[in-house]
Design a protein around this ligand. Sequence first.
Ligand code: IMP
Length: 196
Amino acid sequence: MKKLCFATNNLKKLHEVSHMLEGSYHLLTLQDIGCLEELAEDQDTLEGNSRQKAAYVWENYQIDCFADDTGLEVEALGGAPGVYSARYAGPQRSDTDNMQHLLQQLQGQENRKARFRTFITLYLNGQEHQFEGIVEGRITEDWNGETSFGYDPVFVPEGYTQTFFHMSTAQKNSISHRGRAIAKLVEFLKKQQQAN
Ligand code: IMP
């Protein structure tokens, strides 16, 4: 079976993709390929960061690979925190601090429109391919201190009344930014497999 590295050590993300690929590729984490160093992601766009990580693996390990990067883009904040979503409130990368900071920035703001955007860069046989997934939604006015993953407790996807926090994993994956980007990647990979 063809080997493919997902440039992450996040097993939840890995299983999600693995499940969707239905066994057509053998997915490996960074650890699995012996890449123990932390990958740089110091570009100022999601596209740039996902490319930087995937290119690093391809260039140093010569293994087919893809990497993702996600940001929350809030309309009233000119697209912030965007590529800086993980450390919006500072380098300690705390979800609680980030959500508090976001709600403070939006205090008194009626426009609560926001979207999550995921970018995936794939290096397959040295060729680069990119996939994007977006989910539109809005930021809640309140937050009762719950935490799960990132901004999930304060993000309500368009067409729904509940936040990502209150959705099952399957429901969230079926409409989420990452779920949509992964679906495009998986469709592409399956076509490649069929062609070979
Ligand atoms: P990453 O590129 O997946 O590591 O995401 C960067 C940051 O965006 C994370 O640290 C989270 O703060 C936020 N984020 C990404 N995906 C989600 C999500 O599905 N829900 C909530 N926050 C997310």
